[in-house]
Design a protein around this ligand. Sequence first.
Ligand code: NAD
Ligand code: UPG
Length: 468
Amino acid sequence: MAPVKVTKICCIGAGYVGGPTCAVIALKCPHITVTIVDLNQARVDAWNSPDFKLPIYEPGLEEVVREARGRNLFFSTDVDKGILEADLIFVSVNTPTKKSGVGAGFAADLNYVELATRRIAQVATSSKIVVEKSTVPCRTAESMRTILEANSKPNCHFDILSNPEFLAEGTAITDLFAPDRVLIGSLQTPEGISACASLTEVYANWVPKDRILNVGLWSSELSKLAANAMLAQRISSINALSAICEATGANIDEVAHAIGYDTRIGPKFLKASVGFGGSCFQKDILNLVYLSESLHLPEVAAYWRQVVEMNEHQKRRFSKRVVDTMFNTITGKRIAVLGFAFKADTGDTRESAAITLIRDFQSEKAYVNVYDPQVVEEQIWTDLAEASPLVPEEQIKKQVRICKSAMEACKDAEAVVIATEWKEFNEINWEEVYQSMNKPAFVFDGRLLVDAEKLRNIGFKVVTIGRP
Ligand SMILES: NC(=O)c1ccc[n+]([C@@H]2O[C@H](COP(=O)([O-])OP(=O)(O)OC[C@H]3O[C@@H](n4cnc5c(N)ncnc54)[C@H](O)[C@@H]3O)[C@@H](O)[C@H]2O)c1
Ligand SMILES: O=c1ccn([C@@H]2O[C@H](COP(=O)(O)OP(=O)(O)O[C@H]3O[C@H](CO)[C@@H](O)[C@H](O)[C@H]3O)[C@@H](O)[C@H]2O)c(=O)[nH]1
């Protein structure tokens, strides 16, 4: 069966994944028309903004959009037109953790995937390749196929592929330009293999063929959850060891360096921290926990759940260390929190450790000054309100002040807490910060970012994750 040559792509969902991924496809494949559609008008308007004020901050993204937008890259709210015209449709909608109903707190909410799938079935008048880009539980493609087949018009045939995305925020563009691998899962039928070849040809415009892996549908879906679970497990492992370092005098950086030299372990993803955040790790592990439980594998579920529990423990442990070090009370004290995003080089705050820390400091009746170079003010207020639903908004605003610079945040503070590893926090004038703070002046480095010795020489009392 000859593979269909893809000339028109539609991506449903213009978020952190759909936007950058399909913008890069458009850049690298000028012969393919790529239309990214979304129901959210404000988001689409931002993607189309004349001055390129894009809805997400990602290094290198603006350059990609500048080159391709209007040439063969389009953003629109006309979902139906996008579906009608495309040969291949990416479904890149959100799959958050369910907040209520069966599986609440663990299972992925597949409502958005289902609605998008139903829309495709309803609108399409010709055959399509439908590609699952969202992260979904194993065997979701089967549900999608049932929905598509039950609702499609005569002569419309749908092939479903799984093509999970492995980009990390902050490095999305470099990850997409040179991915470690592109994974495509398909049914091992002649139609499935042919659809897989069509999508492979799209990526082969810039990705070496030996990095494009073709596997079965269910393996592909599970590999995405597995990759995130194993990455997060490494962080929880190093964070668990950081607690032992603090109690013994070992240094977590030295331990990570020593074990990372073993080629079987490798040096990446061994940075101890105040805890992992982001929209994926926790959600995807909880999803795996739910899947394991549904499959009557309670021991497997408990094993993976512990990765998330260790992460919660790490955040709590860090907050407690701040309080303990500051003479067992931070009531009425001012704490500067540097960074609010879940990692550097993104404005994304989903599941950011900074949210938990600030909530803990608020409940200890401290005052908090917060500064982040990319996160917008409204997002900070929204996140803090969600983290403390029982605390009135006026109370939060009395205790928390959002600052325009790190210097402003640190002024008159008793302590500085580094919650995100923004490079600029390493480059601020720490002498000046010291002069402007109340004494003793503490620095709590939750990211192993600053040179502790240098800061101690200035006069700071420095507390670092994974060091006594
Ligand atoms: N954020 C990441 O770094 C990342 C990386 C890899 C995979 N993923 C996965 O990719 C998926 C998308 O994540 P995201 O971060 O881009 O989410 P997001 O919330 O940023 O974007 C999803 C978009 O889909 C739109 N949408 C929802 N239903 C729609 C519908 N029926 N029709 C049209 N538009 C619709 C929403 O309005 C939203 O703009 C998730 O499954 C996530 O787990 C995310
Ligand atoms: O050694 C490390 C590495 C990361 N982190 C933290 O872990 C979180 C996640 O970081 P990272 O994985 O770099 O960013 P994400 O954008 O969440 O990317 C992850 O989640 C995506 C969504 O599924 C996947 O596509 C990516 O492959 C996977 O790395 C952040 O809070 C980091 O600060 C650490 O604490 N220590």
